[in-house]
Design a protein around this ligand. Structure first.
Ligand code: FAQ
Length: 312
């Protein structure tokens, strides 16, 4: 930071709402919580390339293909910023990837659903990136410096992604009857899983209390979920699409939208590995990693050669 800090112990930094930096002392549990959350977040970004990657070769125009390619590349970049942020906590990228591949670390439930039609690409941009923004904007103020700074850039790119999803769905929704139906079907399938991205309800969330006390999370899962619903309902109207919840109602008293009950057993099943695509996503990820071994070896050999040349 550009100014000298007047407080230095971990508790002082948290109480003063200052950033904790990699060389600061921090409790083991704080470090472990951050590694868990940042690793899960990084894994989500790279596993999240698969559902959309599925449509790269079948995008309906060159313009749409170029946009989708750029978006999928952005997700890879987000993964890299996040692995780099996790590495400042003393874990290596190899360790984190091994944990993902062995099923010991999680990634977001949302990426275990299939992308059945082109409209799913719009629904992911609009709903999944929309939910990601609501969840991640407060993380730009997370107490851990490297995570917070990574989030600033990620959020800028996510907001671009969300708008491309909205624009894609808007085009379909105002196209032919079949295109409108395809857009509606995608929204019907992605709405509830998007609400589940925010995690279990507050009374079943294991980490929220401690994470909020440490300034890692700034809002609870339910607060952010409600914020997402409030933001999305008017957008659905602008799109000319219906959200698949007959209980959605404006609540004057709360100045918020009431919504129907979420089937959290589905979230817990998907998180346990029983979603529609869990096995496929992980197997693909492991295969891609193994097939990329030669690239990592070549990059290391090149780096060694350059370092030796510099010494000489
Ligand atoms: N999926 O006590 P809590 C993206 C787990 S956006 C899987 O409430 P916490 C962009 C949780 O880990 C998606 N697991 O946990 C993109 C914990 O398990 P553990 C990624 C879930 O951490 C768009 C247990 O349940 N975003 O990638 C989920 O306080 C398009 C108890 O839950 C982030 O990761 C779930 N949905 O709150 C990319 C954001 N929910 O570890 C490509 C950062 C909960 O004890 C294409 N993460 N669990 O075994 C967070 O904000 C938090 O970690 C929450 C969960 C809010 C996700």
């Amino acid at each position: 930071m550009g100014y000298p800090r007047v407080v230095s112990t971990f508790d002082d930094l948290i109480a003063a709402n200052e950033r904790v930096e990699p060389r600061d002392e921090m409790p083991d549990a704080y470090r472990a919580t951050l590694v868990r959350q940042i690793a899960q977040h990084a894994h989500s970004e790279i596993i999240g390339m698969q559902p959309e990657g599925n449509w790269l070769t079948r995008a309906p125009s060159l313009r749409r293909k170029a946009i989708l390619l750029a978006k999928v590349q952005d997700e890879a970049g987000h993964g890299l910023y996040l692995y780099a942020a996790a590495e400042t906590l003393g874990v290596s990228r190899d360790e984190l990837l091994d944990a993902l591949h062995a099923g010991k670390q999680k990634y977001s439930s949302i990426f275990n659903y299939p992308t059945l039609t082109w409209a799913d690409i719009g629904a992911i941009g609009w709903l999944v990136d929309g939910a990601a923004i609501v969840n991640q904007v407060p993380l730009c103020r997370c107490s851990y410096g490297p995570y917070a700074r990574a989030m600033v850039r990620v959020c800028k790119e996510e907001s671009f992604h969300q708008r491309q999803g909205f624009e894609l769905l808007h085009t379909l929704s105002h196209g032919t009857e079949a295109q409108h139906a395809m857009a509606q079907d995608a929204v019907d399938r992605w709405w509830w899983p998007s609400l589940m991205m925010f995690g279990p309800p507050d009374d079943a969330s294991t980490h929220t209390g401690q994470s909020m006390a440490w300034g890692i999370k700034r809002f609870s899962n339910d607060t952010l979920r409600q914020r997402f619903v409030d933001m999305t309902v008017p957008q659905a109207e602008a799109l000319g699409l219906t959200l698949p919840d007959p209980e959605l109602r404006w609540n004057e008293e709360r100045s918020s939208w009431d919504f129907g009950e979420i089937d959290f057993t589905e979230l817990f099943e998907v998180v346990k590995g029983n979603g529609p695509c869990n096995a496929q996503r992980l197997a693909h990820r492991v295969r891609a990693h193994e097939e990329g071994a030669w690239v990592r070896e070549a990059a290391s050999a090149y780096a060694e050669k350059r370092a030796a040349r510099e010494v000489a």
